[in-house]
Design a protein around this ligand. Structure first.
Ligand code: TYD
Length: 134
């Protein structure tokens, strides 16, 4: 799917067995971060997202546990599982997304290119399809 991609985040494994450290610097993702938010305490049968954005770019990371992201560009759909804290999913503008199958205790960290703006959301799937077909 165009411009949707998984990006590897650097991982430092401590040589004394004290765990792992990952970091995100500005050259890893192709936008300036203006907002960070996270989803947590999500019940396993819940579904989040269900919208597209007009301008917003996002980068999703399963900081803990796992969840699945359904991506739809108006032509095709794909489902991607995120389950590693050092692999992030880049979702550019104009992609419908749904997030489900959250594992117990999972945390979805989202880095976003804009502050929250409800006007940037497309929350109606038919309106999204129409927009993509024109
Ligand atoms: P929404 O984006 O619909 O959540 P999701 O896509 O994860 O299902 O947002 C849920 C509510 O939270 C909605 O009332 C808007 C509010 N919200 C903010 O105030 N700031 C934010 O940065 C985000 C992402 C949501």
């Amino acid at each position: 799917m165009e411009n949707v991609r998984l990006i590897e985040i650097p991982k430092i494994v401590d040589e004394q067995g004290r765990g792992k450290l990952s970091f995100i610097e500005k050259d890893i993702i192709p936008f300036i971060i203006e907002r960070v938010y996270y989803l947590y305490d999500v019940p396993s049968d819940a579904y989040r997202g269900g919208h597209a954005h007009k301008e917003l770019h996002q980068f999703l990371i399963a900081l803990s546990g796992s969840f699945e992201v359904v991506l739809d560009d108006g032509k095709s759909r794909q489902r991607i599982m995120l389950n590693k804290p050092n692999i992030g999913l880049l979702i550019p503008t104009g992609i419908w997304r749904e997030i489900d199958n959250f594992s117990s205790g999972s945390v979805c960290l989202v880095l976003a290119s804009m502050v929250y703006d409800e006007d940037d959301y497309i929350r109606d799937y038919e309106a999204f399809k129409l927009l993509k077909s024109t």
